[in-house]
Design a protein. Structure first.
Length: 260
């Protein structure tokens, strides 16, 4: 595996609070379709200083506006696995992915070496169907289809897209990410070896308790489900309950990993 230049690494990873070298865990976050690393800023502030939070900034948005989109799930997962592998374990690292980002996080986790024991302490997947349950919507995501999907999922994104200037900037990003998700194809293989926790909003029409249960077959480790008040973007208005669940799980995972 080739090494990533430091400049390339910094273009992909975002931190939101001063780095604490004494942090006992690291959480790498993968945004939703159309999303940015900034979606995890408040979570990072709540988890500091004991947990270092880094978020992926996909190309083609915000400060990476000039970088070309990646339109293929396999390419994105391969690249991120190469990027993240050198930093795993220092401190112990977990992944959190929301919506499309949950599939990205899972596919990156599958590519990490060694596979067993897992280099991850945990994998958190939020508001996303299990990879073998994802089916194409049969859409090409023209402007109207994008608006309908965003409105259905709700959250602050649906409100912002009502402003013409923001829509002009966001529509290409959303179209790329939705099409990449639409073309995703699950390839059967070994499950991940780390604990897997599913996170969900109790009013999310796109992801139900039945959907959450299907994730259990995708790990050899422990499996848990946590449900929060809210819809698809349940942690936007109140991230504290999610932060509490993550902090407890990461503390337990670090304690278990440190036992002889």
């Amino acid at each position: 595996m080739k090494s990533f230049p430091q400049a390339a690494r910094s273009s992909w990873l975002r931190g939101f609070v001063p780095r604490n070298t004494a942090a006992h865990a690291r959480l790498v976050c993968f945004p939703h379709a159309g999303g940015t690393a900034g979606a995890f800023r408040e979570l990072a502030e709540l988890l500091a200083p004991g947990i270092e939070v880094l978020a992926i900034q996909y190309p083609g948005r915000q400060d990476r506006f000039a970088d070309p989109f990646i339109a293929d799930f396999e390419e994105l997962a391969d690249l991120l696995a190469e990027l993240l592998t050198p930093g795993l374990g220092r401190p112990p690292t977990a992944f959190l992915g929301h919506s499309m980002g949950a599939t990205v996080a899972y596919e990156v986790a599958r590519r990490l070496r060694p596979r067993y024991p897992s280099p991850l302490t945990a994998l958190f997947v939020s508001a996303r169907k299990a990879p073998d349950r994802i089916t194409p919507m049969g859409l090409e995501f023209d402007d109207e289809e994008i608006r309908l999907v965003v409105d259905r999922l709700g959250g602050t994104g649906s409100e912002l897209l009502r402003h013409p200037d923001l829509w002009e900037l966001s529509a290409p990003v959303l179209r790329n990410d939705f099409l990449m998700s639409e073309r995703y194809h699950f390839t059967p293989g070994p499950p991940v070896a780390c604990p897997l926790t599913v996170l969900a909003g109790d009013a999310d029409e796109a992801f139900t308790e039945q959907d959450a249960a299907h994730w259990s077959r995708h790990t050899l480790g422990s499996f848990a489900v946590h449900t929060f008040e809210g819809g698809h973007f349940y942690f936007e208005q109140n991230p504290e309950p999610l932060a509490q669940v993550l902090a407890q799980a990461l503390r337990q995972g670090t304690d278990q990993g440190s036992k002889p």
